[in-house]
Design a protein around this ligand. Structure first.
Ligand code: BG6
Length: 487
């Protein structure tokens, strides 16, 4: 026997396990991607019989993905185990260690374990300590890795403290800080698009690009996560991680190889070049909004000042990007769900064509469509046939579904979980990058918490507060969406 690889989920009966982790692991299993000798041990506080846990995970796969094929599920089910334990107590973890040893006994060494923290962030530190005290981080019989979910800290100070607690018991290469955006195919494709094609990269800089927009819009409100959301707000929830990671992929320099550390070095460099803001600058360069009715959502404190919408104007201070604004926006309860990146090129230097008054040549625009209609749109100008020189914008587009078929895009977690099992950390965030991201967001959070800029209300189903339009309009620009086919 060649040893056993065990995926241990702390928080095994929670939402994340049901919606994402178990379906992703099941799909990896049915595609034959998991190690041959693989087991999954779910750990949570309340006692449930193992069989009942297996049944409820089958229902979760059916609900959040699709009903599993009976034969594949039968094989997966046998590998699925459950036990009740309190992971914040050393005794609790000793009982987990004992169970793991039972599972591992038959297969022999090496024993390889991935511990997944699908638990509230307040208990990350106690679990880390207890894991070490129970001897579960020692690697004498095989590797031990930990995947830590977001939010990784609430601000720079707490992220630093958490990094210290992590490094007290683990080496950095044992730690996988997850941001599920990096697992999305369309997000990974930004680098391939940039660095596996020769025609765009020469234009990818301040000489040809006027500005960049990144939109992460959600049509839903905070739903059942009101209490959690009220305590974090949009900056901590999605800007510190997802939006900044998208900015990084657009802004980074080509690494000299695809080696995980090379890629992560370049990612960290962009973050370190993002210009910090003073409090006065936060008032000028950000917009803070809340959807009407947020205060009445279950779990939200009445009169809450928490932002559910944010727009930022950022700059990257380096040779490539000097003076090119990056406008980032995200909100709940927006007009539609879409995540897209717009690369807006500069206007032509000279208007050659005698256009009718009021008409202008629109600058080229490239839309990278992250979701839901994954693909790409490139807008350019064409002559309208049978006119002297009337011009019109047209759209050249690519959709994953057309070229690779429907269902070709796996869930982000599949790729990320597999990478962690294989020891590839390229798509995970290193300690320094997490801290750099907080360093960018921290002054904005502080300023917002003192009321600057003022909180603007917006109607659910709109594109956010009018101030967000002004942020761009005062510079002669406007927010644009191109992924639904509109240009
Ligand atoms: C999560 C946030 O990290 O990302 C949620 O906590 C948000 O508030 C979600 O809804 C968005 O992820 P996706 O993959 O649906 O764009």
């Amino acid at each position: 026997m060649a040893g056993l690889t065990t995926f241990v989920i702390f928080g095994a009966s929670g939402d994340l396990s049901r919606r994402k982790l178990i379906p992703a692991l099941f799909h990896l299993y049915r595609k034959g991607r998991l190690p041959e000798n693989f087991a999954l041990l779910g750990v949570a506080r309340h006692p449930i019989a193992e069989e009942a846990y297996r049944d409820s995970m089958r229902e979760a796969v059916a609900e959040f993905s699709k009903p599993p094929e009976p034969a594949a599920w039968a094989g997966f089910r046998e590998r699925l185990h459950y036990m009740a334990a309190d992971p914040t107590q050393t005794e609790g973890l000793r009982s987990v260690e004992a169970r793991l040893r039972e599972l591992e006994a038959e297969a022999g060494d090496p024993t390889q374990r991935l511990y997944y923290f699908a638990i509230p962030p307040e208990i990350y530190q106690p679990i880390l300590e207890c894991l070490a005290q129970a001897g579960m981080t020692r690697e004498d019989r095989g590797w031990r890795r930990v995947v830590i979910e977001k939010p990784f800290g609430r601000d720079l100070a707490s992220a630093r403290a958490l990094n210290q607690a992590v490094h007290h018991v683990l080496r950095e290469d044992q730690v996988y800080r997850i941001d599920h955006y990096l697992g999305k195919e369309t997000v990974q494709n930004v680098l391939v698009f940039r660095f596996a094609n020769s025609i765009f990269e020469p234009l990818w800089n301040r000489n040809y690009i006027d500005h960049v927009q990144i939109t992460v819009a959600e049509s839903v409100g905070v739903a059942h996560r009101g209490a959690f959301y009220d305590s974090v707000g949009v900056l901590r929830d999605v800007f510190q991680n997802h939006l900044l990671q998208l900015l990084v992929l657009v802004g980074m320099e080509p690494p000299s190889s695809f080696d995980p550390e090379m890629v992560r070095n370049e990612r960290a460099k962009v973050l370190s070049a993002v210009r910090g803001m003073s409090e006065a600058e936060v008032g000028e360069n950000t917009v803070r909004g809340q959807y009407q009715g947020f205060g009445g959502e279950p779990g939200v404190k009445p009169g809450s000042q928490t932002a559910t919408y944010g727009a930022l104007r950022l700059f990257i201070d380096n040779w490539r990007w000097q003076a090119v604004p990056f406008y980032l926006r995200s909100g709940k309860h927006m007009a539609e769900k879409t995540t897209e990146i717009l690369i807006q090129f500069k206007s032509v230097p000279h208007q050659l064509f005698p256009l009718t008054p009021g008409r202008e040549i629109r600058p080229n625009a490239l839309f990278l469509c992250i979701q839901p209609d994954e693909g790409m749109h490139l807008r350019f100008e064409m002559k309208v046939p049978d006119t002297e020189v009337d011009l019109r914008s047209v759209d050249m587009d690519f959709h994953y579904a057309d070229d690779f078929g429907p269902g070709a895009l796996p869930d982000a977690y599949e790729r990320l979980l597999l990478d962690a099992l294989e020891g590839d950390a390229s798509l995970y965030t290193r300690a320094d990058a997490i801290e750099l991201a907080w360093q960018i967001v921290d002054p904005i959070v502080r300023s917002w918490e003192t009321g600057s800029p003022r909180l603007e209300m917006y109607a659910p189903g709109s594109w956010g507060p009018p101030a967000a339009e002004t942020l761009l309009r005062r510079e002669g620009r406007e927010w644009a969406l191109g992924c639904g086919g509109e240009t």
